[in-house]
Design a protein around this ligand. Structure first.
Ligand code: FAD
Length: 404
């Protein structure tokens, strides 16, 4: 495997430094970090892994455990604990969270779905334990640190502008601040979330099954009840959950044409809608940090792996937040891909035909795994939405019920 090397002696273009790595991972979110850690553990010290992250470490609140989150998604399902344990991160997660600033146990959910009766699903009986309500920024910072300690270099404020496959390497040009760097990587993992930036550069297309978006805010948490709340209404559904540091997330899932036009900018309209929902109104406090709107639909890429590249997490398949499975899926697909790369020994193979065969087998096996996740998810997704039949005369629920 290639040793990490930064040199300006023989660059492909003038005066541009060249970084050579075995595996480049685009995106240092949950999926990217878990992939980096899993691959490092599977392939050992000699395999160099580089994370390329668009956001600016200094400008994001990742250093501040008390800051409110900037990425939607806070419920880490109980099954994620197995992956943290497998990677030897769980004890460290617990000890880093002694003050409870990064995560608090997720007690379960009260749901008003299909009728006005409250249904409680508590996590007491879950064999995997409670699951966690995360301060997402603090959790990602924790994973960034775990990856860095294992020798993974993270390039912040950096994106891949161009890439071509040439012999043994992907030859990429990175934009990092004002500078450009050439990167040679044997294998590229796209962990860039819903943007799927590398997969799309390779010609993969996003296939969206619906047009749901989420309007969301973090607010001060003034209530004792630690159960998450989910409640349907004629134009979609609301969700709220307690977060660490006396915070709470409140989110509306709907279609953008069913709500006031300027809702993404107008916190007052958002609060007015929230206060009109009897189960959400008592949760609303006065201290509000409104994040506007974000995509919350179900989609997958037409292709999730190709010649010496693969996409994981949201860059491969992105789920409806109703499933609370997005982070787990990012972690699980990172683990699956890491196992396939290790089993193939592709990074150590010199012969081109042999490498191409290994590549085909990774591609085939990985596409099959993603297909299976996708089919499983779709079954649950359709089933769940079909449980709500009260507003079939309304656009949102008519479209939700028309999947079958
Ligand atoms: C409203 C809402 C609520 C949700 N709630 C939950 C929940 O409760 N539980 C749950 O498990 N999931 C939830 N999800 C889904 C979850 O947040 C995602 O599935 C998860 O973030 C996917 O992780 P990822 O690592 O694949 O991508 P991301 O977390 O999106 O990380 C991608 C990273 O790549 C970086 N990046 C993007 N483009 C580039 C580029 N060109 N170059 C370099 N870097 C780049 C980004 O800055 C980011 O750091 C929710 C989603 C939404 C929208």
């Amino acid at each position: 495997m290639g040793a990490k090397q930064v040199s300006s002696k023989s660059p492909p273009s003038k005066a541009m430094p060249v970084l050579t790595t075995d595996i480049a991972i685009i995106g240092a979110g949950v999926g990217g970090c878990i992939a980096a850690i899993a691959l490092h553990q599977a392939l050992g010290e000699n395999c160099t892994i580089t994370l390329i992250e668009k956001s600016d470490q200094a400008k994001t609140p990742q250093h501040e455990t008390h800051q409110t989150p900037v990425k939607a998604g806070e419920n880490l399902p109980p099954a994620a604990e197995r992956i943290l344990k497998k990677l030897g991160l769980y004890r460290r997660f617990i000890s880093a969270n002694q003050q409870g600033h990064m995560a608090q146990a997720s007690m379960g959910m009260q749901s008003y779905w299909g009728n006005d009766q409250r249904q409680i699903v508590d996590n007491l009986s879950n064999p995997d334990g409670f699951g966690w309500q995360l301060n997402r920024s603090a959790f990602e910072k924790f994973l960034n640190e775990c990856a860095t300690e294992q020798g993974v270099k993270i390039h912040w404020s950096t994106t891949v502008c161009e890439s071509i496959r040439h012999e043994e390497y992907w030859k990429c040009q990175l934009q990092t601040g004002e500078d450009r760097i050439n990167l040679n990587a044997k294998f590229i993992i796209d962990a860039s979330g819903r943007r799927a930036s590398f997969a799309r550069q390779q010609g993969a297309k996003r296939q969206a099954l619906d047009r749901q978006v989420a309007y969301w805010a973090t607010i001060a948490n003034n209530t004792e009840n630690q159960l998450s709340t989910i409640v349907t209404c004629p134009y979609g559904w609301w969700y709220s959950a307690a977060l660490p540091n006396q915070q709470r997330v409140v989110a509306l899932h709907t279609f953008s044409d069913l709500v006031p036009k300027n809702l993404r900018k107008n916190v007052y309209d958002f609060l007015m809608l929230a206060r009109a929902i009897p189960q959400i109104a008592p949760l609303i406090s006065t201290s509000v940090n409104y994040h506007g709107v974000t995509a919350a639909n179900t989609c997958r890429m037409s292709q999730v792996a190709g010649s010496h590249w693969a996409a994981i997490g949201d860059a491969a398949v992105a789920f409806d937040p109703l499933s609370s499975q997005g982070m787990f899926n990012a972690m699980a697909t990172a683990m699956q891909l890491s196992d396939l790369i290790k089993a193939s020994d592709i990074l150590n193979t010199e012969s081109l035909p042999q490498r191409e065969n290994q590549e085909k087998s990774i591609e085939h096996a990985y596409e099959k795994q993603i297909d299976s996740i996708w089919r499983h998810y779709l079954g649950h997704w359709q089933h769940y939405y079909q449980q709500e039949k009260r507003w079939l005369d309304q656009t949102y629920w008519r479209e939700r019920n028309s999947f079958a």
